[in-house]
Design a binder for this molecule. Structure first.
Ligand code: ARG
Length: 472
């Protein structure tokens, strides 16, 4: 079948297998809207520069609008023999409007065309992902607001360390997702540069106005070297790296949710609709959603490895290797979008339109958290700080408290449950007021420095995040 655009030179058709191996149309048709937008901007500029006629421009516009409708209504006849989204659309355009369709590709190559398409498409996805990241941050803030005074054992090495406000712990994730959002904003600036006009690799002999095309596509600038414009996919790699960090943060949160909802912690519950049962153990509610999210992190990080390896060893300029950039990118975007949406709902709940309240987010067992914090000598540092304020050097205070903890362990009680006389046996400077610092709440309130866990600080952070996210 003579269907390829370059067929005259070829003495035999491609085999079925090679056709299937080299074609991308069954995945890159996802770029159709971007491809049409890029073509329309190119055609408008060609006409403005007098390279094609106004009649041809009008015909191209007419044809493209028909093609858009066909694609939207799923009636477009995608052909494997036409290899990719670009050739499929161009062939259909020519079918619809004749020679004007054949003139569209003047001063253009699929090499600068595809690079433009991915950038346009990715720009839109980045905007959607950043919006989802803001919603997730808001969900975390809403739960934080209700839990400022709830005490969680803070861990290091997964050993009880010091008490923290549960809200403070959630806000740590707000910081991470806030940086992710910012990072994607940085990536966007480098994604949003125009390759079109680079043509195959060397630029073109037609008097193109690349700045005009960049403006009409809402791009921030024009790629300044034609070889670089068509060949590098660093912008996609950078996106995959930023996406991987989002997933790593999601994965850490997942791990904590899974631990917290296990019977041994019992700190939280997530709504049943995010869990599944067991086919054999009737009592089970398994945290499938956070587990899958933790698992999908491997998939996204894998795509980053795939993309960065794809680039390595490619000589300038365009090579067909780059066709392999699409599936990992698409899957990264899909995984991220679904994961962020599901986490926002799992944590923050769903809006009940009737009551205007959010329902079905995570529920917190404050008593279980506090009881756990009560167990691991979480206020030992507070006792050391107390002794320092009484004049002991910190290292001596640390050693004194170690003895006190050892004694409490032997009695099977908390530091605050040791009699004053016993505590004074460790150091005579200890007085009755020591019990204020040995309480979890006293410990929390005492950490009242910027970024600390004292409720007053946590409330300030919540206000800052709110102002940043919704301008309240
Ligand atoms: N489908 C190709 C890709 O995704 C489009 C560019 C092909 N260019 C070429 N000269 N074969 O990279």
């Amino acid at each position: 079948t003579k269907s390829q655009a370059w067929s005259a030179l070829f003495s035999e058709p491609m085999s079925e297998l090679v056709q299937r191996y080299t074609a991308s149309v069954f995945f890159d048709r996802r770029l159709a809207a971007a491809d049409i937008a890029g073509s329309l901007a190119h055609a408008e500029m060609l006409a403005a520069q007098g390279i094609i006629s106004q009649e041809d421009h009008a015909a191209i516009q007419r044809g493209m609008s028909a093609i858009s409708s066909e694609i939207e209504s799923n009636t477009f006849d995608w052909k494997l023999a036409l290899e990719d989204v670009h050739l499929n659309i161009e062939a259909r355009l020519t079918q619809l409007v004749g020679d004007a369709g054949k003139r569209l590709h003047t001063g253009r190559s699929r090499n600068d065309q595809v690079a433009t398409d991915i950038r346009l498409w990715l720009r839109g996805e980045i905007d959607a992902i950043r919006a989802l990241l803001r919603e997730l941050q808001l969900a975390l803030i809403e739960v934080a607001e209700r839990n400022v005074e709830v005490i969680l054992p803070g861990f290091t090495h997964l050993q009880v360390a010091q008490p923290v406000s549960f809200a403070h712990h959630l806000l740590a994730y707000t910081e991470m997702f806030g940086r992710d959002e910012e990072r994607l904003g940085d990536v966007r600036q480098r994604v949003n540069q125009l390759p079109l006009g680079a043509a195959a690799l060397a630029g073109t002999t037609y008097p193109l106005d690349r700045e005009r095309v960049a403006r009409s596509l809402g791009m921030d600038g024009v790629c300044q070297n034609s070889l670089d414009a068509v060949s590098d996919r660093d912008f996609a790699i950078e996106f995959a790296a930023a996406a991987s960090l989002v997933m790593v943060h999601i994965s850490r949160l997942s791990e904590e949710l899974i631990l917290w909802m296990s019977q041994n912690y019992g700190f939280i519950r997530i709504a049943d609709r995010f869990t599944t049962g067991s086919s054999i153990m009737p009592q089970k509610k398994n945290p499938d959603v956070p587990e899958l999210a933790r698992g999908k992190t491997g998939r996204v990080v894998g795509h980053l490895m795939g993309l960065i390896t794809l680039m390595k060893g490619q000589p300038l300029a365009y090579n067909k290797d780059n066709q392999e950039d699409k599936e990992p990118l698409f899957d990264t975007v899909d995984t991220l979008r679904d994961t962020l949406r599901i986490f926002t709902e799992m944590i923050g709940g769903q809006l009940n339109a009737a009551t205007g309240a959010k329902e079905g987010g995570i529920s917190v067992n404050a008593a279980a958290m506090e009881a756990a914090a009560q167990k691991g000598y979480a206020t030992a540092t507070d006792l050391a700080d107390y002794l320092v304020k009484k004049g002991l050097p910190f290292r001596d205070a640390h050693e004194t408290v170690a003895h006190a903890v050892k004694a409490a362990q032997a009695h099977g009680c908390d530091l605050s449950e040791l009699p004053l006389a016993t505590l004074q046996g460790f150091h005579p400077a200890i007085e009755k007021d020591v019990f204020d610092v040995l309480s979890l709440r006293g410990s929390l309130n005492a950490r009242n420095t910027l970024g600390g866990t004292a409720p007053a600080q946590v409330r300030r952070q919540i206000a800052r995040h709110r102002a940043r996210l919704v301008g309240e």
